[in-house]
Design a protein around this ligand. Sequence first.
Ligand code: A3P
Ligand code: MG
Length: 359
Amino acid sequence: MAPMGIRLSPLGVAVFCLLGLGVLYHLYSGFLAGRFSLFGLGGEPSGGAAGPAASADGGTVDLREMLAVSVLAAVRGGDEVRRVRESNVLHEKSKGKTREGADDKMTSGDVLSNRKMFYLLKTAFPNVQINTEEHVDATDQEVILWDRKIPEDILKEIATPQEVPAESVTVWIDPLDATQEYTEDLRKYVTTMVCVAVNGKPVLGVIHKPFSEYTAWAMVDHGSNVKARASYNEKTPRIVVSRSHSGMVKQVALQTFGNQTTIIPAGGAGYKVLALLDVPDKSQEKADLYIHVTYIKKWDICAGNAILKALGGHMTTLSGEEISYTGSDGIEGGLLASIRMNHQALVRKLPSLEKTGHK
Ligand SMILES: Nc1ncnc2c1ncn2[C@@H]1O[C@H](COP(=O)(O)O)[C@@H](OP(=O)(O)O)[C@H]1O
Ligand SMILES: [Mg+2]
């Protein structure tokens, strides 16, 4: 008999205890899962900027190792891109419209490449901020381990580790650049890209072409596996421009450089940067300048910016401003990319975006 004359039924006590245990288990397992996702894989990935900013005690990361993992991620993502394209089952969807009203497309190639690339980088570098074009599904995590091998060509160019604070790093992933062209089966334009920025400055970039298995990489002040061509035509340049997000770019180019100028419409920001370089891939067209006038995102351009910078070239807005690879995803001021040319003189020649109706 319980005090106050209340009688406890043994069954009731058992049910009550079980309920209590259930509540405790639920709370505790949720807590553990939270700890795992925060410290094991660096936070709950969401669309766009996934993962937490590296904490103040995040230590340092070696940029040479980051380059090795970035190359591996671009290649592994590229394998997914190729596999999906060859299966002919793309599951093409629209994520919405661009500001200009074009479909912003996504396919299984984008999603599966993104998953590989994101988790490879996140598992190797849990304390760095990773921004990626596609949504990362936190319920579909994959722990992909890096074997810690740095490829010979990287070791040859970069002899020593390059440590920087983890909290100063922002990684930008484009798991499939030229998605529009991918859906049209225009394979040569497609690339996968990784970029690492330190304090907003692009310091290393990787552009991989999955269908020709060509990879370009470079680290500012340290080396590259790609170089500039011997000469460029500054007077009547061949200008590579967007074929699916062109805006007024042709008019701007012809007005600035004259009617003799050749315009090369092409897909993909990665492809267009490679058009300025000495790339052995036969499917790669060559150009002297890359101009873009509509809005564009940082994962589309950061890797190309880092590579051009490492080779002595420039990528800026049309008014010549450097682009900072932290914070917001987008660039409003258009793009001008050049190498072995007087970049500031080109900027002075170009009309402002206000005059082209893009601002
Ligand atoms: N106005 C715009 N708005 C949004 N994204 C744009 C854009 N212009 C270009 N881009 C993106 O920049 C990349 C290169 O564009 P383009 O091939 O037209 O030069 C493509 O990336 P994705 O294929 O990764 O989406 C494209 O979607
Ligand atoms: Mg892109």
